[in-house]
Design a protein around this ligand. Structure first.
Ligand SMILES: [Zn+2]
Length: 286
């Protein structure tokens, strides 16, 4: 990708200089019971979690020193900000056609651990999106893993990861996330998991929709970029990147689909550039 002279998003929140401090304040017993009762009645507790968990389990304390980044980290941060800006262009142009105004998500850079409205995020979980605060959380060291452990190097592989998380934000904005989560309350665990796979593949397809638009409208892609993206889609299939989930309400805590399925849906978005082609819920075959 050639990012020289490209706009960088102002929605990047740098929290790399923060360190977690345990406070022991989490969900109260009453809060937990309240959520359990809601779930029993088939009410999606997700919208209530934001209220119930107002006190974070972990507070982040400023170390008082700005994070000292290496030149390589600075480069990756710039790439992240450019990709995020480009997803803003894409989705704010596409969504109004469906009667939805695009609200730009924040992207939080962290190192090690981070407090989100969905609970404490750890680097080992990989990047994630929290629907409760509409933020994407990213420890950029994940990109080293992507390159070294998963064999998917390159800046477009990184861009794909960001665009996938933004895809979850789009699902949140258009109401898919809420519908799916409500339906999952009434399903067996296996069916609920299959539903999560469809969510993940749709986010992959949305990443492809972004790549299509980035290439067509803004010539952001260079030869070889698509292959990098496909390699990344394939490399992080299934639960290869997911470790402990600790019961957090994050779509990425579930199965993602096979490598082949991920590549296929990314490709579908890439070829069509049309979010309507991403209806993984209607597809008989994934
Ligand atoms: Zn995902």
């Amino acid at each position: 990708m050639d990012i020289r002279g490209r706009r960088q998003s102002s929605n990047v929140e740098d929290r790399r200089g923060m360190r977690p401090v345990r406070t022991g304040v989490g969900l109260s017993l009453g809060g937990v019971l309240f959520l359990v009762v809601l779930s029993l009645f088939g009410i999606n507790p997700l919208p209530f979690l934001g209220v119930a968990t107002k006190a974070p389990e972990v507070q982040m304390q400023d170390t008082g020193q700005p994070y000292q980044e290496s030149p390589r980290e600075a480069q990756t941060r710039e790439l992240t900000a450019v990709v995020l800006a480009d997803t803003e262009e894409t989705w704010s142009a596409l969504l109004p056609k469906y009667g939805v105004q695009y609200v730009e998500p924040k992207l939080v850079l962290f190192s090690g651990a981070v407090a989100s409205a969905c609970g404490t995020g750890q680097s080992a979980m990989g990047p994630f999106y929290c629907p409760l605060d509409q933020k994407v959380y990213l420890d950029m060291s994940f990109f080293d893993d992507l390159s070294q452990r998963f064999g998917a190097p390159g800046d477009f592989a990184q861009a794909y990861v960001i665009a996938h998380e933004v895809g979850h934000h789009v699902q949140n904005l258009v109401g898919t996330a809420e519908k799916v989560s409500a339906a999952q309350q009434r399903m067996s665990k296996a069916d609920a998991n299959a539903m999560s796979v469809r969510m993940e593949l749709q986010a992959d397809c949305y990443a492809g929709v972004w790549a299509h638009n980035a290439a067509r409208s803004r010539q952001l892609l260079e030869p070889g970029d698509v292959e990098e993206g496909l390699r990344a889609a394939s490399a992080i299939g299934d639960d290869r990147i997911q470790k402990q989930t600790q019961g957090r309400v994050v779509p990425d805590a579930f199965t993602h689909g096979s490598s082949e399925q991920r590549m296929r849906w990314f490709n579908r978005g890439l070829e069509t550039g049309n979010p309507e082609a991403c209806d993984t819920f209607a597809a008989a075959q994934l």
